[in-house]
Design a protein around this ligand. Structure first.
Ligand code: HEM
Length: 536
């Protein structure tokens, strides 16, 4: 030891004995520093281990606590805003709406991960409060989670209610109702017609006949339209209670109050119809008549299933289940199809060359001396391509919601259990990475020149998902496909259409639960076919 060091140590020892508090302070400082260092190292080690185990959550905008991004959400334009955000945050990003974590999926590759690779995990729905009221607490197919009951009810709707056999059996209803519409429009030739209104009443009349044809006093088309439109308007409102559940109790915007009132009306309509049918069935049974041999509507089919399943104890369905399923069909089926028809008509009218080609095809396939029949539909390839192009640009359900039942990894990011997943169909359908000149209206792109079907409505090609994809794919596809083709073909074969004097073409939109035309489409029809009997 050098003499200097020796002196230094001695002086420290002297200081320690002379000035004890000073030395304790240093020791304490040393201990604190050591502990802090160990603590920091422990955190770093933990973070390193965590980063090895679970990747980070997707990027996203900074948001306020509790309200999240809600104050910035643009009313009626969420589809565009979310698509713009993908440019900043990338193909998968997170956004807190209130206290709920939303994960937005913006590419077909990531949709594949969600709906196929992790299909089971992302087969839940996140129920909106208003939707829960209308479906008796999610006892239906659309809004319920991925439970055994949902799987059974979905199977029942697909295989026993909306089966090909039943759709075939109801062909005459569709024919009758479309003919009635053509006759009605003929009576109003030269006047202004609301396209949404006539499409809705045709679709609603077809569905009501399919569902409760044999009920003498079902609601009128107008009564039903008012009820459905109101219910969808309320479900489409941005309800703060859905995003900040602790506020639900206050029902700040009166959504729960309004939907409960509407639901009372809807429930009364459905309860009366079911009760009347049960009564009339037992009266018929008492005098030895049943429905055997006669045409069964969907209500009858469901009631019979209810009896059989109750015997078999395999799936006991109740009258409430039946009401919830009928609501799915009537609400899920009417406005969606009608909105597609309205968008497609607006696009065809704006693009004269497309109108000419659609009508030429109709003349060729159907003939100027005939009315459109359902059997013509598979041959109307250009009209089919036109509808697909319309649904690409204006997908009625632009943001398809799902929810995760387990934490998992998508696109290299962690998606926590219970997150709400938004499949951004609108953004994918307009992404220049997947579509040439995506903003152009060009039905050609859907024509299968090489004879292979590149795009169907079943979500097989994830660049095009107007009916969703995977386990929760829309189960009304076969009916919707028939109805939208049949109504559009009939309107365009029987009439020429022009805008009212002074009207401009307008394709602006607004997003609630559906992507609608902001301004309803009105047009003036003129007779197109030479034979007046084709309008009777
Ligand atoms: C053009 C008309 C229609 C469009 C654009 C449409 C679109 C959709 C979409 C995007 C979904 C969600 C799919 C997913 O999560 O992957 C859906 C679900 C559903 N749709 Fe449709 N739909 C239409 C017509 C119909 C019709 C006519 C019916 C019934 C008669 C119907 C009944 C349903 C039901 C019950 C579900 C829920 C399926 C489930 O969650 O398991 N839809 N629809």
């Amino acid at each position: 030891m050098t003499p200097q060091l020796n002196n230094h140590l001695t002086s420290i020892m002297v200081m320690a004995s002379d000035d004890e508090p000073q030395c304790t302070k240093d020791e304490i400082t040393l201990v604190v520093l050591t502990i802090s260092l160990l603590f920091v190292l422990a955190i770093l080690h933990h973070n390193f281990q965590m980063s090895k185990r679970a990747p980070a959550m997707p990027p996203g905008p900074r948001t306020f606590p509790i309200v999240g991004f809600l104050p910035h959400l643009q009313r009626g334009q969420a589809h565009k805003q979310i698509t713009d955000m993908a440019r900043t945050y990338g193909p998968i990003f997170k956004v807190w709406l209130g206290t709920k974590l939303h994960i937005v999926i913006n590419t077909p590759e990531l949709v594949k991960e969600v709906v196929h690779n992790h299909g089971e995990n992302f087969a839940n729905r996140s129920q909106l409060l208003a939707a829960s009221v209308v479906t008796y607490g999610g006892q239906d197919v659309v809004w319920s989670d991925n439970t055994p009951t949902w799987r059974k009810l979905r199977k029942l709707l697909v295989h026993e209610v909306l089966s090909n056999k039943n759709l075939e059996a109801s062909r005459s209803f569709r024919r009758d109702e479309v003919r009635k519409t053509i006759k009605d429009v003929y009576g109003r030739v030269g006047t202004v017609i609301d396209l949404n209104e006539i499409s809705f009443s045709t679709e609603a009349n077809v569905l009501t006949r399919m569902v409760w044809e044999n009920s003498a006093d079902g609601p009128s088309g107008a009564e039903f339209r008012t009820a459905v439109t109101k219910v969808l308007e309320i479900i489409g409102r941005l309800n703060v209670s859905d995003y900040i559940p602790s506020l639900a109790w206050f029902d700040l915007q009166g959504v729960e109050r309004d939907i409960t009132k509407e639901m009372k009306n809807l429930n009364r309509i459905f309860t009366n119809i079911i009760d009347d049918r049960i009564k009339s069935n037992s009266e018929k049974l008492a005098v030895g008549h049943d429905h055997e041999g006669g045409k069964k509507d969907l209500l009858q089919i469901l009631l019979e299933i209810k009896e059989q399943k109750a015997d078999a104890k395999s799936l006991e369905i109740t009258n409430v289940d039946i009401k919830a399923l009928l609501i799915d069909i009537m609400i899920g089926g009417t406005d969606s199809t009608t909105t597609v028809i309205e968008w497609t008509m607006a696009l065809i009218m704006q693009n004269h060359d497309v109108m000419v080609r659609v009508q030429e095809e109709l003349t060729q396939v159907v003939g100027a001396n005939n009315i459109v029949e359902e059997s013509d539909i598979p041959k109307l390839k250009y009209l089919d391509a036109t509808i697909k192009e319309s649904m690409r640009l204006h997908p009625v359900f632009s943001l398809v919601p799902r929810s995760s039942s387990q934490t998992c990894e998508v696109g290299g990011y962690t998606i926590p259990k219970g997150s709400i997943i938004i499949l951004n169909a609108w953004g994918i359908h307009r992404d220049p990475q997947y579509w040439d000149n995506p903003l152009d209206f060009n039905p050609e792109r859907f024509l299968d020149h090489d004879g292979t079907e590149k795009y169907d409505f079943r979500g097989n090609n994830l660049k095009f998902i107007p009916f969703g994809s995977g386990r929760r794919l829309c189960l009304g596809v076969p009916l919707a496909e028939k109805m939208q083709m049949y109504i559009l073909a009939s309107l365009l074969h029987s009439f020429d259409w022009r805008l009212p004097e002074g009207e401009e073409h307008d394709l602006s939109d607004t997003y609630g639960i559906m992507l609608r035309k902001k301004k309803p489409l009105t047009a003036i029809p003129s007779r197109r076919l030479p034979n007046i009997n084709l309008y009777m």
